[in-house]
Design a protein around this ligand. Structure first.
Ligand code: PMP
Length: 430
């Protein structure tokens, strides 16, 4: 029998020794209130909390658990790798194999550099773009989150959206002076920005399909427009697939949408199979600018870690068409069930999807940008969230996050979610 721990007591202790009791802000339930659930273990579609309660998980580690938690073959691959040594600080054959696997699925990633977090991947992509173009400025979109590096913490989504912070204390004006923030899906604003300072812009960075202000799909042709605009002005296009990559399909969002070639793509989450691993890939001539070949410096003690590499390789090997078909189908089922329950309870809502990724906005009408995403009833979401949690379903604890499914969400797990929806929907009524 696993030891049973009192969750409340653990949280009190955690707050003593860890700021907010958590290692990453959104986990603290700041926007929904209450006590975060401390996880003891997870398997398939379920997590077990420290008090021994089993919950259906719709967080999936914020994306990585595409196959479900602790897939036996992934765990075995990690165990095998662990037995051979935890970290070498030297190249391995498995890294080369993982780079091959990434390139096979996302051909624009002609070369791949491994890092440990999505934050490092996008930070390096920005440095690379600046190094390649000799230009200072970058364009990002309001509500898009690319990790917590200084230059990208201007008007970011995710935890920053949840907390309603304008950016972050401790980020100097100098660090964000060259970051231009534009409303998502706004072509006219982009044209204006490039008309006035196009020759100083190194890159546009965009989420392939934004999912950190809730899911806000690109309007038809928007990513193509970004490609055309950047090319016209000699700037680079960085597509951040940390969240969408290998999750919405074998080739990520690029594989679904196709037809344009970004210069640099960033990956994280699924590519590391639940272990700390992320990557950037892109045109070989650009990637060759990275150290040790070129002048753009980037490094990491644990980069390409053998355990993380093993988890990533096993995950990509297992993530075939059947896995994506299952996640797609489950996503549609869940979207339909949520919509039905909220409609039956007359709760204003809009379900927004990009491939299998979706989120529920507690407001009426389509959401095309961050301004609209913020105009939702967060109180209604909080009530809905807590009712689901009370009934044994763990949703992401923020109205600004996607709901994550896995291939392990079987009929039973789905039924448990669907059964909980009507009561939760009634709780959300104002
Ligand atoms: N880019 C995107 C699109 C993300 O969703 C995230 C994390 N949610 C990041 C970058 C940062 O990744 P990490 O948390 O691994 O630093």
């Amino acid at each position: 029998m696993a030891e049973v721990i009192d969750n409340e007591a653990l949280f009190r202790h955690a707050r003593d020794v860890i700021p907010g009791g958590v290692s990453s802000p959104v986990r603290a339930f700041g926007s929904v209130g209450g006590t975060p659930v401390f996880v003891a273990s997870a398997r398939g579609a379920y997590i077990r909390d420290v008090a021994g309660r089993e919950l259906v998980d719709l967080v999936c580690s914020w994306g990585p658990a595409l196959l479900g938690h602790a897939h036996p073959e992934v765990v075995e691959a990690v165990q095998e790798a662990a037995a051979k040594g935890l970290s070498f600080g030297a190249p391995t054959a498995a890294e080369v194999e993982l780079a091959d696997a990434v390139r096979a699925r996302v051909p624009v990633a002609e070369q791949v550099r491994f890092v440990s977090t999505g934050t490092e991947a996008t930070m390096t992509a920005i440095r690379l773009a600046r190094g390649a173009t000799g230009r200072d400025r970058i364009v990002k979109f309001a509500g898009c989150y690319h990790g917590h590096s200084d230059a990208l913490l201007a008007s970011a989504g995710s935890g920053v959206a949840t907390q309603g912070l304008p950016g972050s204390a401790g980020v100097t004006e100098a660090a964000t002076r060259d970051t231009i923030v534009v409303e998502y899906n706004d072509r006219a604003a982009l044209e204006e920005v490039f008309a006035s300072s196009g020759d100083r812009i190194a890159a546009i960075i965009t989420e392939a399909a934004p999912a950190n202000m809730g899911v806000v799909p690109p309007s038809p042709g928007f990513n193509f427009f970004l490609r055309e605009l950047t090319s016209r002005h000699g700037a680079l296009l960085i597509v951040d697939e940390v969240l969408t990559g290998f999750r919405v399909g074998p080739g990520g969002w690029l594989g679904l949408e196709g037809g344009y070639r970004p210069d640099i793509v960033t990956f994280g989450k699924v590519v590391g199979g639940g272990m700390p691993l992320a990557a950037l890939g892109g045109r070989a001539d650009l990637m060759q600018l990275l150290a040790p070949v070129g002048p753009v410096y980037q490094a990491g003690t644990l980069s390409g870690n053998p355990l993380a590499t093993a988890a990533g390789l096993a995950t990509l090997r297992l993530a075939g068409d059947a896995v994506y078909a299952t996640v797609d189908r489950r996503s549609l089922e869940l979207q339909a069930a949520v919509g039905e329950a909220l409609s039956a309870a007359s709760v204003p809502h809009h379900i927004s999807a990009a491939g299998s990724l979706f989120s529920v906005f507690f407001r009426e009408g389509a959401v095309t940008n961050y301004e609209e995403a913020k105009a939702q009833d967060q109180g209604a979401f909080a009530r809905f969230f807590h009712s689901m949690l009370d009934q044994g379903v763990a949703l992401p604890p923020s109205a600004f996050e996607a709901w994550f499914l896995s291939a392990a969400h079987d009929d039973e797990a789905m039924a448990r979610i669907v059964d909980a929806l009507p009561v939760a929907a009634r709780s959300a009524q104002s």
